[in-house]
Write a protein that binds this ligand. Structure first.
Ligand code: GLA
Length: 379
């Protein structure tokens, strides 16, 4: 990847800039809890976005996407927003830095990535974190703190890409640490690193390679349901809700909102249970919670799809310890906790069965928990 970016940069802009990388993320448990003030438990993965960047002495950004073979040039004022959606991520990051009083000047960049798009591994957060970190280093003497870098990425999604996401993806991409998961309290923003090297188990992502683009932005709709219920309960977020509180207003809210909130309330407890179980080496409990999360995401939160439910069923049949849909939903991957001795048979079976039903094999990505956004130093 480095060589192709260097070459593309040199051909377009001549010479060389500095290379920055930022990873995608996976999440062990704690889905759709971040924007509800709950807990998440992600880690950065070994799939990255990489950008070569050099100030160009103008007030324009000139950007080349290697993977899309597309070029964009834009100014740094609000009115200069580019039309290409990939370029809006970079533009948004620049604007969000400027809005916070940071400095951004014109630069040239060529970038590429190996975070699969649409797989629920946060390629967009990786791109945002890569540029936020680079702009912090190049123009701001690294004076912007890391949480603010994550918020810059999140605000980019809100204000320039139309997704009202929580903070998990950008947080994980910025703060990731090799061999560690991070439990983040999305209300207080306190977090803790948990060493993660499961003995006798492997973690693997099985990518359905389907992405169901549903009309009406279903992610934003889920968030709106949660906010409605919280408002009805007179609390800021569902973090403070219990099942008793929810049951007490059951007849005043729609069945749909009830089930959305029920999932969130249950999921927030599961994150804590999984953290304790992990520390105790109790992988059966970790796995059971993962299956419960899948069930909740599929039946109550309704962000699964036929293909992902099928992947989950196959995992169960193969005796996989834990399996669930991961990320925002509507396609993408399941994350699976598999005993070493079951790994090969599981992978063979899931490929065969999925292909027999859907005509293509799922993609398999073993999880390698890696470092967060950084300058690239020939690792
Ligand atoms: C997407 C969002 C995150 C989070 C997850 C679901 O990845 O970007 O903020 O809400 O979905 O857990």
């Amino acid at each position: 990847m480095k060589e192709k970016i260097n070459k593309a940069f040199n051909e377009r802009f001549s010479g060389a800039g500095t290379l920055y990388v930022a990873p995608g993320r996976f999440n062990l448990i704690g889905e759709h809890t971040d924007y509800n003030g709950g807990f998440v438990f992600p880690g950065a993965i070994d799939k990255l976005m990489m950008a070569e960047i050099r100030p160009n002495g103008t007030d324009k950004v000139r950007a080349y996407s290697f993977d899309l073979d597309d070029y964009a040039e834009f100014g740094l004022n609000e009115a200069d927003a580019p039309t290409q959606s990939w370029a809006r991520y970079i533009f948004g990051v620049c604007r969000e830095v400027l809005k916070r009083g940071g400095k951004v000047e014109g630069f040239d960049t060529a970038f590429a990535g190996n975070v699969p798009l649409g797989a629920g591994l946060s390629s967009s957060a990786a791109l945002e974190s890569c540029f936020a970190n680079a702009i912090n280093d190049i123009f701001n003497d690294n004076s912007i703190d890391k949480f603010e870098l994550a918020r810059i990425g999140q605000s980019t999604e809100h204000n320039y890409c139309g997704v009202n996401c929580g903070i998990m993806d950008q947080f994980a991409s910025v703060f990731g640490k090799k061999d560690h998961l991070m439990r983040l309290d999305c209300r207080s923003m306190e977090f803790e690193y948990f060493p993660f090297k499961p003995e006798g188990y492997k973690l693997v992502l099985v990518d359905s390679v389907v992405k169901h683009e549903l009309a009406d932005s279903p992610y934003n709709k889920r968030r709106a349901s949660c906010e409605r219920v919280a408002k009805r309960l007179g609390i800021e977020t569902l973090r403070d809700a219990t099942m008793e509180m929810l049951d007490a207003i059951k007849t005043d809210i729609t069945a749909e909102d009830y089930f959305r909130a029920k999932f969130v309330i249950e999921e927030k407890e599961r994150v804590l249970a999984v953290c304790d179980a992990l520390v105790a080496g109790d992988y059966d409990t970790v796995g059971r919670c993962m299956y419960e999360t899948h069930h909740g995401l599929s039946k109550d939160y309704e962000v699964s799809c036929e293909e992902l439910d099928y992947l989950n069923d196959i995992a169960k049949e193969c005796g996989v310890t834990g399996s669930r849909i991961m990320g925002g939903g509507f396609g993408g991957c399941t994350v699976n906790l598999v005993k070493d001795e079951l790994y090969e048979p599981f992978i063979a079976t899931v490929k065969e069965k999925f292909k027999a039903r859907y005509g293509h094999e799922p993609k398999i990505y073993p999880v390698v928990v890696s470092d967060g956004a950084r300058i690239y130093e020939n690792q």
